[in-house]
Design a protein around this ligand. Sequence first.
Ligand code: CDP
Length: 570
Amino acid sequence: MLSKNAVTVLERRYLKKDADGKPTEKPDDLFKRVAQAIAQADKEYDLDADVKQTQDIFYEMMSSLKFMPNSPTLMNAGRPLGQLSACFVLPIADSMEDIFDAVKNAALIHKSGGGTGFSFSRLRGAGSSVNSTGGVASGPVSFMKVFNSATEAVKQGGTRRGANMGILRVDHPDIIDFIQCKKNTTEITNFNISVGITEEFMKAVNEKREYSLIDPHSKKEVKKLYAPEVFDLIVTMAWTNGEPGIVFLDRINRDNPVPKLGEVESTNPCGEQPLLPYESCNLGSINLDALMVKKGGEYELDYDEFRKTIKNAVHFLDNVIAVNNYPLQEIRDMTLSTRKIGLGLMGFADILYKLKIPYNSSEAIELAEKVMKFLRDTAREESCELAKQRGTFPTYDESIFKSQGLVQRNATVTTIAPTGTISIICGASSGIEPIFGLSYIRNVMDNDELLETHPYFEQVMEERGLYSKELMSKIAKEGTIAHMEEIPQDIRDVFVTAHDITPDSHVRMQAAFQKYTDNAVSKTVNFPREATKEDVRKVYELAYDLGLKGVTIYRDGSRDAQVLNIGKVN
Ligand code: CDP
């Protein structure tokens, strides 16, 4: 069932190895190890629990590639490290001690395979005074470089490089420096950066007026900036090389399930998981493609199996919280107080092909909403059942659910992760992203070039007697089949790729999923190389209008080292 690529990824990074680096377990042993370790948690709530039965259910769900937890769970469950979460947010208070404590804590998290998000908004601006020494402060951007170097020095879990998110509020005195801090693309490379946008700022942009920059220490206004100009600068930089992204902080906090615990000031590295300071979250994703069945010759999504998988996945992720080995006491305390989990999905683009629905159609948007509503409703149902057996999350009485009368075990249940690695393991399209290329060239280690084709596309082309190596090579070079007259129109209509989809459609798809997602949605809005700054601005505005929590864009060819190129994948 596992593809060759999947086995390679597992062997390189996930399987247990001996001193010589030779794997001592097979992929199947990995699924057994993880299932056994996570099922143990059942005993904490019920001494008579049938742990073996739970273990079998968890094993089946992973080995059939219907569900996969985030990478740290696969790597570390049932092993001495035992750190299972992908996402953390650490606070940075405005003192040398606090800043360097955060550097150290981030290093510990990276070592265990987790990623860290930070808000630098509490640090005083560059040039402001430092009482104890009479000197001047260096400001958020210079400290980001310290975090960046520390990250560089620590490789995650041996092979996974640390990832960070850096956020600065748009009303921080150093915002202009921050927006441009990755202009030199060789600096701060271990960070994704996003500007924390406030409602007040968006209002000032719309009303074409100034807004105030506030010193985080004195809380006094230090100067005013013309909001449309700042917005322009953000758009220009994002157009130039994809960063900064933007996150709508006030909107994220409007959906904060336990506001009494504090304010959300950052997300995890890829932006899909807003968290309180010291909170962590474990993610897991359901592979929709593994839930497709054929009835009367046509594919359909098996909703009964989907329902079962959602319930088992919520059970699994709640168990992860119980058996997780937390890197710090503060993280343990915060995480256990809200018990947030993030269940999402992958393979959405794959199933659209099988259902003959173009990604950029209103039918696809309808399906997105239907699937995600089903996922969230069923996940909440299971979280409610778990609450009845195991109790609600400890801060439930102060949460928004209490007033809604919705009994929950977990303060959030849904997140759409990028599924960068686990989608390779499952052989599925990543998250909710469209397919990047139907055929592409993969460079393998010894510089051989391998032509790979999307398996279902290949099958359809073969069935229709259209498959040839030459045609697949041509598709790999061109990146899209939209204009290829040798391919029948019905196939060209359905097998759309990222390049055929307008930025507007990308954003609308993200919004359809966000509607039923408690946390946020990982998605990149792709632009063609010739897109203008005005196009980027329109997408940022649309993202705001459609209620997104944030947006990340990428204009083709705008960064030197592009992870995925048309025609070439490294
Ligand atoms: O597929 P996988 O479980 O490896 O991860 P993902 O869905 O691509 O990313 C989920 C989250 O894992 C990211 O948002 C980060 O918080 C974290 N991550 C990381 O810390 N370092 C990486 N190299 C990749 C992901």
